[in-house]
Structures are given as structure tokens and as C-alpha cells.
Design a protein around this ligand. Structure first.
Ligand code: IVH
Length: 666
């Protein structure tokens, strides 16, 4: 236990905790706490640092805006840093903000602008002579990732602006509609992939896809609200003028904003905004209150993290009370069991809520949630609402604590709780729901890509006992398939052909398809590229696995445990006997060709070749590609707008090739 009265320890603990939440939010887009809880941690840290200035440090997360930069992107230094905003949660803090500004500008009447605070992913668009030249993420506030290639196709993105300042940056937010979010999650569910918790996370994940083609298949929206650097500096006089100019340029803009004189007049505007925000097309989680005058904004200056002339007011997440009818158990692809509250439908934040996640057994016990209870549910950005607490006054008399294990038995789910972990996992392999989920995952596009093996067919195969695990699929006979509902000769033959073709899939797709807990697509690729064959992966030790970049202790343990199970060893042998590819083809690639043994890194946009295309040509000629420049890199294939990788390659003396030079080499 930490000694909370010791500020040194508490500061250290808070910094570590905040850094972890930052990484979850900015890097993996999978936050585990809501914004309000996060802000509380930060506020406490700030308070301690102010009380103990000797313990303050410029490295502290209280002085930074997080960092979203990821591997594989070029970086760009913002001409004007992308700062964050200080938050307030009540009227008093808001008035204090106004008082501070009145002191800074004595005797001057202050005009404010009140805008919706969009809950999206921050982006900065650079325009030169009116033409859009790049889109960049916030990054660490100073330097961000170039994501132009992932946004180019956005219909509403303005590519050219008439009579625009020579050099300038427009700031905005990327978001995703609920409809699109549900479409993508629906598809992911069908493919047995993990689901995104909310549209913001999915939007953040999408702008950071390394494959622009995949990014194009997901519909993103953008809304622009402000300025970054601007030349000439006095081009705009007020923030309201910026809004109007953006509108005149046909940019996607805020549907509504308010201006008023004096801080006292701000509150009614915030209230009106709150009452209208559910009708906005973008998610709005608060209000941003700014000095309207650009000169005053500049004069007010900034702290390390936020401007002094603006502040955010966050709306409280919406909550409602409702009856919890029962607790159901959802079995995931890897056999993990998630408890779900089935609720009396209730209106919440514009939608009707009838289910809520209960996370795990400990969470239910901690909150003492029982069927029959009246519970408080909250929806804060997440699509799946959370059960916050129980209204004990409304608890029925005969109520007894919820027993997780008894409920599992009641539902016929054989599962066990792993030692040291919070999750229960199904143990019996004969759970049909689990079998069909894992077969669907195996057959999905990101795994073995078996065409014609959709959910309905998998369901029937499992029900009839024709397939329990992936190896069974390769034993299927034409006659057996013909017995399935709605299955004619043609479709049966197609399926058999697809199965045959799948035997040649790259090793990583097979590894991914096995559904080893915690092993996703990237880890499967990493396993293939470092260990070369199924046999070396199966026999790898913890140490060998942990040496691989991107594979941590938990994953390594999962892999070792999975291959240690006799049932899984038998499965592997049956897959081998069926003739599936167990070798890395990347390494077994052409032994001759102009690029044998050469390592390439790609950067920027090539004039004619797409990235995938270029990578395929390199591999076909015997070469390899890597995502980062190092001393082992032989060539950097650089296109337009190449950034930090180019600089690094030049520093290391790596040969830089243009597309034309590359094609000539081939
Ligand atoms: S002004 C110096 N206005 O919220 C930062 N930001 O929590 C000035 N945001 O970094 C930003 N809507 O990414 C501003 N109407 C709005 C906004 C807005 C959303 C984002 C922005 C900012 C973050 C701060």
C-alpha cells in the first residue's frame, strides 16, 4: 500500500497512473476510465505539485497534452503548438476564469464566444496559398503524425480555399457517426474481432490505420472550429469572424455558437447549448468559452498546456435510474465470459438503453449489484452504458447477493476463473456458442479468409456436429455439405475450393485464426517474422517470446499455455496432416532476385505506386520491408511529404531512393 500522506509517493503514483491512461487514450484508443475520473486524477496531481513546488517537473503529465504519435507515420512540427484546455465543472470556476481575465485587461469590456466542445480526435490542416497540403494529429502538442492519406477522401474536407491567408493551419475535430460506428462494430462482431467501445475510439483508430485503403472503407466526418498558425497574423480580428469565414469557404463548421459581453452572460449560453447539443451532428461533451478578440487571446498568452484566454466546461454524463431484470453471460471468441445487465428500457442521452456492461465478477461484488435492483446507469461517450450504483432503498426484501458461479451453472456455461485474473473463461470445448464463434473467427477475412463460410453455415456445421474446431473443416465432404439448408451443389463445391485455397495462407493468418488469447493480427505477424514456422512458435520459451518487440509477458504466457494444452497440440497435428501451410513464406520468398537480403523502409506518398503495391514488389524481388529506419535499413523509398524517416535515413547514411530509381533497380 502507498502512504497517501507522503506527497512524493502520491505524486509518483499519480504520474504513473496518468501516463498509463494517456497511453490508453492517445495510443491504443482504449481508455479504461471516463474523462471526469481522469480529470480528477490530474487535478489532484496539479494540487500536490502546487503545494510542493520542489517536486514539480516539466516532464509531469500535468504539463503536457498526452501523445498520440504512433509507429509508421511521418511527423510534422506544428507551426503553432496544439495545446489543451483547462476544464471547469461548475459556474464558480467559470466566474473565476472571467475574473482572472478582467484583471489582465483592466477597464476593457470582454467579449466571449461560446462554442460546442466536440468530442472527437483533434486534427490540424495546413494550407499553403489556399491549398490543403497536410493533415496532422495533435501528437505531443508540438509534433504530430501526418495522416493526410487517411483523410484525403473525406467528402467535406476542403481542398482549396479562395482568398485564404498564405500559410495557415485550421484546427478541427474528426468524428464518426453512431450509424457508421454501429455498422463497423457489427461487421467486426461477425468476424469475431474485438469491438470498439465508442465512436471516438473508432475514429482515433481509423485515422491511425497504416493502410489508407482500409481507412477509406470507414466513413469519418470532420468539423472545423479554429485557427492554428496564421500568416499574416492579423488576418482575422475575432473568433466569430473565423467561424464566419470558415462557413463562407464551405467548410464543415459548428452548427451554432454564441457571443456575449461579460462573463456573467456566458452561463445562459452554456445552458442553451446543453439543451440543444443532442441535436448536433457531432458528439458534444461540453462548451468552450473563449475571448472573442484574437488580439486579446494572444495577449492573454498560454500556460505550458493551455491558453489563458479559453476554458472548457464539461457537461456531466447523463444518468438514469432503471430496473435490472437479470444478469446474462456473454461468451467471447476466446471463451471469456462477460456479465451483462438486462435492464428495463430507459431513455438516456438520446437513445433507449436496455443493456449495460458489468465488466466482471469483482465489479458486481464491489457494487453489490443484484437482479431485481434499481440501478443508476450512465452513458458517457461509451455506447455501452455502465451501471454506476444500486439504489438500496428500492432493493426488494428477499434479495440475496449475486453468485457468479451459480449463475454460470444455471446457464449451462462451464467456465472457470483464472488464478490471479478477473475473467472467467469457458473451459468446455463443446460449448456450441464458443465453437461457432471461434470457427467464424478462423474463417474471417483477417484470418484464413475462407470465402463462402459465413455465420449461417458455421452455425449449421456446429449444430450438426460436422465441425467443432478448424481441423474438422478440412475433413468436410461434398455429401455432408449438400445436406445443409439452402446449400446447392455449386455453393458446396465453392466452399470446398475455398477451404483448399486457405491451406496456402501466410502463417500469421493461421496463427491469428487459432484464437490464442491476447494474440491479435500484429502479434501473429510478429511471431511469424521472428520465429519462421509453426513448430518454432509452438516450442518457443517465455524468454524467446518476450524478446520479440511487441510481445509482453502476458501474451507470452498465453502463447506458452495455449501450445502446452494436449487438445491444442492435437489440433495442430490435424491441421498439419490436412496440409496447411506451417512455414513463413516471407522468409522462404524468392531466393534470387535483384533485392535478396535487402531491407526497405517506405515513407511519404509515391507518385504512382501504393504502399502495398511497393511492398509486394520488394518482396517479390526477394527484399523485405520494415516499419522503422535503423542501421539495418538498406534503402529508404521516399515519396512526397517524407518527414522524420527521411531525416533519420540521411543521418544514418541510408540510401534514399525515389520511385523512379526503385523501379529501375527492379
Ligand atoms: S479551442 C488551445 N474549441 O478539445 C486549444 N477546442 O480539451 C484550443 N475541442 O485541444 C482549442 N471542440 O482538440 C477548441 N470548439 C472547440 C473545441 C475544441 C473540441 C478539442 C480540441 C482541444 C481539446 C481540449
Amino acid at each position: 500500500m502507498f502512504n497517501m500522506s507522503d506527497p512524493i509517493q502520491e505524486i509518483a503514483r499519480l504520474r504513473a497512473e496518468i501516463a498509463e491512461h494517456d497511453a490508453r487514450y492517445y495510443k491504443s484508443a482504449q481508455p479504461s476510465i471516463d474523462d471526469q475520473a481522469y480529470d480528477q486524477l490530474k487535478a489532484r496531481l496539479l494540487e500536490l505539485e502546487q503545494q510542493n513546488p520542489e517536486l514539480d517537473s516539466s516532464e509531469s503529465p500535468s504539463h503536457s497534452v498526452g501523445d498520440d504519435r504512433a509507429e509508421g507515420f511521418d511527423n510534422y512540427t506544428h507551426r503553432k503548438p496544439m495545446l489543451s484546455l483547462d476544464n471547469t465543472y461548475n459556474q464558480e470556476d467559470l466566474l473565476d476564469f472571467g475574473k482572472r481575465l478582467e484583471k489582465l485587461f483592466p477597464g476593457q469590456e470582454l467579449q466571449y464566444i461560446i462554442e460546442p466542445k466536440i468530442d472527437g480526435v483533434a486534427v490540424s490542416l495546413s494550407y499553403e496559398k489556399g491549398r490543403l497540403i497536410r493533415a496532422v494529429t495533435r501528437g505531443n502538442g508540438t509534433e504530430g503524425d501526418v495522416i493526410t492519406q487517411n483523410l484525403k477522401h473525406l467528402e467535406s474536407l476542403p481542398h482549396a480555399l479562395e482568398n485564404a491567408p498564405n500559410h495557415f493551419e485550421i484546427r478541427g475535430e474528426i468524428y464518426m457517426s453512431h450509424q457508421e460506428f454501429e455498422r463497423i462494430n457489427g461487421e467486426r462482431e461477425k468476424e469475431g474481432l474485438s469491438l470498439y467501445a465508442n465512436p471516438r475510439n473508432l475514429a482515433a483508430g481509423t485515422v491511425k490505420l497504416l493502410d489508407p485503403q482500409q481507412a477509406r472503407s470507414r466513413k469519418l466526418e470532420i468539423v472545423l472550429y479554429g485557427l492554428g498558425a496564421c500568416e499574416p497574423e492579423d488576418y482575422f480580428k475575432s473568433q466569430a469572424e473565423v467561424q464566419e469565414k470558415l462557413k463562407a469557404w464551405n467548410c464543415p463548421v459548428l452548427e451554432k455558437y454564441w457571443t456575449c459581453r461579460g462573463i456573467e452572460a456566458v452561463w445562459p449560453c452554456i445552458e442553451e447549448l446543453d439543451s440543444r447539443r443532442n441535436a448536433f451532428t457531432y458528439p458534444t461533451d461540453g462548451a468552450v468559452i473563449k475571448l472573442d478578440s484574437i488580439t486579446q487571446q494572444q495577449e492573454a498568452g498560454t500556460t505550458a498546456k493551455a491558453p489563458r484566454g479559453a476554458i472548457a466546461y464539461k457537461f456531466e454524463a447523463e444518468r438514469a435510474e432503471t430496473l435490472l431484470h437479470e444478469i446474462q453471460m456473454q461468451v467471447g471468441r476466446t471463451g471469456a465470459v462477460t456479465p451483462v445487465a438486462i435492464l428495463e428500457p430507459v431513455q438516456l442521452a438520446g437513445t433507449i438503453v436496455s443493456r449495460a456492461s458489468l465488466h466482471n465478477e469483482d465489479e458486481i461484488r464491489r457494487k453489490d449489484i443484484r437482479p431485481g435492483d434499481t440501478v443508476l446507469v450512465q452513458k458517457a461517450g461509451e455506447i455501452i452504458p455502465q451501471v454506476l450504483s444500486v439504489n438500496l432503498e428500492k432493493r426488494p426484501e428477499q434479495s440475496t447477493p449475486f453468485d457468479f458461479n451459480s449463475r454460470l451453472i444455471e446457464l449451462g456455461i462451464q467456465a472457470e476463473r483464472q488464478e490471479g485474473g478477473a475473467a472467467w473463461r469457458v473451459v468446455a470445448r463443446d460449448n456450441p456458442e464458443r465453437q461457432s464463434r471461434s470457427l467464424r473467427h478462423f474463417a474471417s477475412r483477417v484470418c484464413m479468409d475462407i470465402e463462402n463460410l459465413g455465420a449461417a453455415i458455421v452455425e449449421q456445421l456446429v449444430q450438426r456436429g460436422l465441425a467443432r474446431d478448424p481441423a474438422d473443416l478440412y475433413q468436410l465432404k461434398l455429401e455432408q455439405l449438400l445436406e445443409l439448408e439452402k446449400f446447392a451443389d455449386k455453393s458446396a463445391r465453392n466452399l470446398l475450393e475455398a477451404l483448399e485455397a486457405s491451406k496456402e495462407r501466410p502463417l500469421w493468418q493461421l496463427i491469428h485464426g487459432l484464437g490464442i488469447p491476447n494474440v491479435g493480427k500484429q502479434s501473429a505477424k510478429d511471431l511469424e517474422s521472428h520465429l519462421d514456422s509453426m513448430d518454432s512458435i509452438a516450442s518457443a520459451s517465455m524468454e524467446q517470446l518476450e524478446e520479440i518487440d511487441g510481445i509482453g509477458g502476458i501474451m507470452a504466457q498465453s502463447i506458452v499455455d495455449w501450445f502446452a494444452e494436449p487438445g491444442h497440440q492435437a489440433l495442430i497435428e490435424r491441421l498439419r496432416a490436412a496440409g496447411l501451410n506451417f512455414q513463413s513464406k516471407a522468409k522462404a520468398g524468392p531466393k534470387d532476385g535483384p533485392l535478396v537480403g535487402k531491407v526497405f523502409v517506405l515513407t511519404g506518398t509515391l507518385p504512382t505506386l501504393g504502399r502495398t503495391d511497393a511492398a509486394e514488389r520488394i518482396e517479390a524481388a526477394g527484399g523485405r520491408t520494415s516499419s522503422s529506419v535503423s542501421a539495418k535499413t538498406d534503402y529508404l523509398l521516399a515519396g512526397e511529404a517524407a518527414g522524420s524517416k527521411l531525416a533519420k535515413a540521411e543521418k544514418l547514411g541510408v540510401t534514399v531512393l525515389s520511385e523512379a530509381e526503385f523501379l529501375e533497380m527492379l
